[in-house]
Write a protein that binds this ligand. Sequence first.
Ligand code: AVI
Length: 318
Amino acid sequence: MNTTLVDSPFRTDVLQGLSASPKYLLSKYFYDARGDELFGQIMRCPEYYLTRAEAEILSLQSGAILERCGGMQGSFDIVELGAGDGSKTVFLLREALRMQGSGRYYPIDISPGIINYLSQTLSTKLPGLEVHGLAGEYFAMLEQMQALTESPKLVLFLGATVGNMLPEEAAEFFQQLKTYLRPGDYLLVGFDLKKNPQTILDAYNDKEGLTKAFNLNLLQRINRELGADFKPGQFEHFPVYDPLSGSCKSYLISRCSQRVIFDDDTVIEFERDEPIYMEVSQKYSKTEIQALALKAGYEPVDAFFDCRHQFTDVLWRV
Ligand code: AVI
């Protein structure tokens, strides 16, 4: 055994997931530099309607959304969880600046690169906007931010990121989030809606093979960072969608009986056709979203839809 190896949360989570039965990996680890690049391509591919639908909502209805928050009286404070490249949020920020003239934007993202990019680009793109980026885990960063922000503030959780939790986990997440908010604060959440099952399945099985590459990249990341010897070609990308539960789940299926060896000498055995559960992308009905708001202790204020009713950004008040 190589004794110079240090434990990292990534190593611990990967080995825990691959030693479990059934095997799983955590989808938050998709996003290394190559994963970010592939996700960018997925968002632009014809089958992945989610990004275009939400961009349409924010480009056409940001004024209406902000009106429902009382126009964010005076200057505004907007916090974003999982800000990404901010390309859709710009619509909302531009409209808020048009209404108020000045305000503060607090993007939170796990990636320091994203936070640097947003801090550099947005203040020039949107004069009057102060950008205070925070790189780290959502709740740790919200803790730091509590003393800085003024209420009522608007917290954004866009892009159907909530879908990467199961509904019970989402309810717990929103309950915990509420402990960082004050009465009168608003939350805008992007949900992907239940729809024709084939449309959903196609979004997670694009013809170009980008989603397949996105999943297989996690095996390559494990090879790169944990010295494993996965052969990605020996795994098949297998997404399924259950129209009743609304869960779209992605698996990698081992094409043969095989073993993978890590640099700490850990050996993981795979049977032929054995799955690794990679990700859930949960879809909701309007009723389920309403029930989730109430369960987590928020007051549903309004819901905004794209023209095809594929996606919704819902506004809740604390
Ligand atoms: C980030 N998240 C909302 C995406 C989704 O739709 O679940 C991640 C993704 N996975 C495969 N394609 C996109």
